[in-house]
Design a protein around this ligand. Sequence first.
Ligand SMILES: O=C(CO)COP(=O)(O)O
Length: 253
Amino acid sequence: MRTQIAAANWKMNLTLQQGQDLLSNILSKSTSVREGHAVIFAVPAPYLQAAKEIVGDRQNVYISAQNIYSKVSGAYTGELSVEMIKSVGVYHSLIGHSERRDYFGESNQFLAEKVDIALANDVTPIFCLGESLEIRESGKQNEFVATQLEESLFHLSADQITKVIIAYEPIWAIGTGKTASSEQAEEIQKFLREHLASKYGQAISDQISILYGGSVKPGNAKELFSQPDIDGGLVGGASLVADDFVAIIDALN
Ligand SMILES: O=C(CO)COP(=O)(O)O
C-alpha cells in the first residue's frame, strides 16, 4: 500500500504567530497519524525551525520547505538550500509548484537539477506538475504532463524515483474553487502511473504516492482520495483553516 498523504501548502501566507497557532491547533485535533499515512506542512522558509519544534517527535508528521535552490551553498543571494533546511531538521521540499514555474520561470530542466540535489541530500522532493486551462481545452494534458515527468524525473534510477512524491495540480483548479472532478483527476493520475510504469515497471510505479492538488476541500476530499490512483492531496486554501485541514486528514484512506 502506498503512503496516503495530506500535505498543506501555506504558500506566502500567515505570520509566524498565526502559523504556530494553526499548526498547534491542527496537531491538537489530529493527535496521531497512523502508519501508512503522512501529514506534511510546507511552511514559509522563516518558520521551518519553529514548525519543526512544534511537531517534535510526532510520528508520520513532517515539515517541508516550499522550494529549494539547485545548489548546496554559495553566492546565490536570497535562495534556500537543502543544507539549510536539513540543518533545521527538515527533509522534504516542494519542487516545481506551478506558481514557481509561472512567476519565476522554472523550467523542467532546472527542476530536474533541484530534484537531483534534494535526493543527493536525502531530502524528499514533492514534485508538482500539471497543465494550464489552455492545454486542458486543447486536449493535450496527458502529453504535457508526460513531458514534465520525462524532462524532470526520467533520468532518475528506479531506486531514486521511489523516493519522490508526485503532486498533480491542474493550474486551472488552483485557488479557483474549480476542482477537477474525481474522474478527471483519476484519469490523468492513472495515466501518470502508467507512464511511470512504462519507464520503471509496474512494481516501482505502484510504490509512488501521487497526490492531487487544486481546490481540495473537506467536501470533496473523501471522493478524490477514494480513487485508486489518488494517494491524498496537496492543499492550499483549505490548509489555512484548522478544522478544514483536519477534516482532509481524516478523509485519507
Ligand atoms: O496549489 C495548491 C497546493 O499546492 C492548491 O491550492 P488550493 O487548494 O488553494 O487550490
